[in-house]
Write a protein that binds this ligand. Structure first.
Ligand SMILES: *Cc1c(COP(=O)(O)O)cnc(C)c1O
Length: 495
């Protein structure tokens, strides 16, 4: 199967090339030419196999230039017992008969980014071999927290790759910073930037578009690449867990084959929920896709009115991984909903970049309303939902998951829809101890790693092993850079 650009369908390539490039050179997103179809027999064949086999079976439908055995090996490396604290990898937890939670945070960094970032480095490393690339890929990442650690953990000691992560000096939580600066691996680098996330992000973008820099690095045997969620190699592993969740519900007798299941996804860059859309288009019996936002409700407005307008205040919330005003992966959805019309997508994206805003056609708006329902949840309601789940269901959830659980209820009230619904749980509550403690009525005693102990003492829920181990870990990186000096950090790193 070939992949082509959402802005120019004449740009076509194999999946290995698409994964290596990340973004198409015309600025479009590389997208599969056709969506593979699955049937009941296929789903049945997945019910009694491991998560790793489910991954290889689903991904080999898309990545036709990778072999099944190769994908199975990657999946075993990505989701093995040394990485994941449960054999189920992405377990479905039942809240009540009609409500389930898909837990995606049992991996090494305790956030759902691991599901994709444990696979992407292997897909990329293999893509370098398949395309005969002799240079080393250097991954540059600007992070507001979760992506940086996820990428470090995924790329550590992967052959023919190096990774450098920039994070805002005072813009990440204590747990997140400790996770990054203690990272092991010979090919990794971590640097704090004096400034905020935008400063770090702008610095990385500046380096990517610096022609001179690119030439210098090429002479040294490197090319720059990205682990951002626009890379198809990140979307692809995420399709698997929606199909896997359906199989688990079948196996547990919670649904019958063919029953429709709704998914409610806490959304930022639109990668996770886009993967659910692909699963539905493949033939998985999915009802409504519920798109949950925090106070940054640009997607809620878009799904309700057909107008995407990023000209609005940016809110810093307790669910920071969803604090986003430009949801990059939405471009792939527009492409499919326009009937793969690259000219139409180009028009929307040009308007977004010049005016920060576009309005989709009536045809797309009608299709959106059939497949998606959008809602948002503010800060007080997020905290109240954490308290509600803790007190009434004995279930401790994080701030991002709480947004999804809340919006799911809003949808049920408005629609009366009684389908079984799965909300997606994207992070361990231990990544956001301060907000979770406050939500369940405990005053956080401190602002560092001691909050892990406080939360476990209060809740009785076990601290994820890798987070508990942070306390004894050696700090390996102490580098700080002014925002205009990130170039020299990269040049020093890639000697
Ligand atoms: C990244 C992230 C999200 C948002 O996912 P998108 O694919 O960007 O929509 C939600 N929750 C957590 C914890 C995340 O890290």
């Amino acid at each position: 199967m070939k992949y082509y650009s959402t802005r120019d369908k004449s740009i076509r390539m194999e999946s290995a090339e698409a994964i290596k490039m990340g973004l198409s050179r015309d600025g479009g997103l590389l997208t599969p030419e056709a969506i593979p179809q699955i049937d009941e027999a296929f789903l049945q064949s997945l019910v009694n196999v491991s998560y790793q086999e489910r991954t290889a079976k689903v991904m080999s439908l898309y990545l036709t230039d990778y072999s099944y055995e190769e994908l199975l090996t990657f999946a075993k490396n990505a989701y093995g017992p040394d990485k994941y604290d449960t054999d189920a990898v992405a377990p479905v937890r039942t809240v009540d008969d009609k409500t389930h939670s898909l837990e995606l945070w049992h991996g090494p960094t305790s956030a759902f980014k691991d599901m994709a970032l444990q696979m992407l480095p292997q897909l990329l490393s293999s893509a370098l071999r398949k395309t005969g690339e002799d240079k080393t890929a250097c991954i540059l990442v600007a992070t507001s927290g979760d992506t940086g650690k996820g990428a470090l953990e995924g790329f550590a000691d992967v052959p023919q790759t190096k990774i450098m992560v920039f994070y805002p000096k005072d813009g990440v939580s204590v747990v997140q910073e400790t996770q990054m600066v203690t990272q092991e691996g010979e090919n990794v680098g971590v640097c704090a930037v004096v400034g905020n996330f935008d400063d770090a992000q702008n610095g990385v973008k500046r380096i990517f578009s610096d022609v001179e820099m690119r030439e210098t690095l090429a002479q040294r045997g490197y090319f720059l690449s990205s682990a951002n969620s626009i890379n198809w190699g990140r979307i692809q592993p995420q399709v698997v867990y929606y199909i896997s969740a359906y199989c688990d519900l079948l196996k547990a007798g919670k649904i019958a084959m063919g029953d429709k299941v709704n998914f409610c996804v806490p959304t930022g860059n639109f990668g996770d929920i886009l993967a659910a859309y692909y699963a539905k288009r493949m033939g998985l019996p999915v009802g409504m896709l519920i798109c949950a936002s925090n106070s940054n409700d640009v997607l809620t407005d878009f799904l309700r009115t057909g107008v995407y307008d990023r000209n609005r205040p940016f809110h810093t919330t307790m669910s920071p991984s969803m604090d986003i005003l430009i949801s990059s992966n939405l471009e792939r959805l527009l492409f499919h909903m326009s009937g793969e019309n690259d000219a139409e997508v180009r028009g929307y994206m040009a308007a977004l970049s010049s005016e920060g805003k576009y309005e989709v056609s009536d045809a797309i708006r009608a299709k959106l309303a059939e497949e998606f329902w959008g809602g948002f949840c503010g800060e007080a309601d997020t905290a109240a939902t954490i308290a509600d789940y803790y007190k009434n269901h004995g279930y401790l959830i994080d701030t991002h998951t709480a947004v999804a659980a809340n919006v799911m209820e809003q949808y049920r009230k408005e629609s009366g829809d009684e389908n079984v619904t799965v909300f997606v749980s994207t992070a361990s509550p231990y990544k956001f101890c301060d907000h979770v403690l406050a939500a369940i009525g405990e005053a956080p005693a401190g602002d560092g790693l001691e909050l892990l102990d406080q939360l476990t003492a209060v809740s009785g829920v076990t601290i994820p092993r890798r987070l508990a181990a942070l306390k004894g870990k050696q700090r390996r990186f102490d580098l700080t850079s002014e925002k205009m000096e990130m170039e020299s950090v990269v040049l020093d790193f890639l000697q």
